[in-house]
Design a protein around this ligand. Sequence first.
Ligand SMILES: N[C@@H](CCC(=O)N[C@@H](CS)C(=O)NCC(=O)O)C(=O)O
Length: 230
Amino acid sequence: MITVTAMKWAPSFAAGQVRDHRVRWILNEVGWPYEVRLVDAPTMKSKSYRGDLQPFGQLPVLEEAGRPPMFESGAIVLDVAMRAGRFIGAEGTADRAAAIQWVVAGLNSIEPFLFNVAEVDYFMDDEAAKAIRRPVVVSQAKVRLAMLERALDGREWFVGDAFSVADLMMASVLKIARNLDLLSDVPALGAWQQSVLARPAHVKAEQDQMSEIARHSAADMRYDAVPKEA
Ligand SMILES: N[C@@H](CCC(=O)N[C@@H](CS)C(=O)NCC(=O)O)C(=O)O
């Protein structure tokens, strides 16, 4: 049996977007059953978790009997798709290379720009510093999103003529942009994302994560019990 690690609770801006939703999504797409292990902050930050599961004290982690545990949501999505032989093109083909390329582009060339805006909106307290930084990072993110919309060029899928991990990862990454209202200038990209997120495998992944979060509270994360050295 596969186990996916997820947070007991997350703040409302993150509910439905915590990165384990990507792992649940690909597992739902390929039809592999899995269990979810909900963890709190002291567990994630513990020496044993970092030593055995995720060196940075984060999630998701995919655990599976007979295999070493795996971290990094992008790596897990790629690995599951390759092992299932679905949604990633055949081995050695140009479609597989392009699918991998777009997964990495989502994580490496789009997500950091969106995260810069998220950091300002969700984590910066200094209002004066925020007022200076926000327009800069919003503008940079919007330029990137416009480039992405041009690259998609009205196609239904990023690679070939079918849904692939490229679409999964890009639509997942763009959830941050939707939450931050950054998609208004790229309506075609926004509409494309909506259609990909409507896939039942994603809807279930998101709903499952959100309902687990709704059943818990911030106190269940026990942030005050995180070991000092973490
Ligand atoms: N690059 C990693 C990022 C993992 C990550 O940032 N996870 C967040 C949840 S989305 C986390 O564990 N946050 C809790 C923390 O850092 O304490 C991945 O894609 O798996």
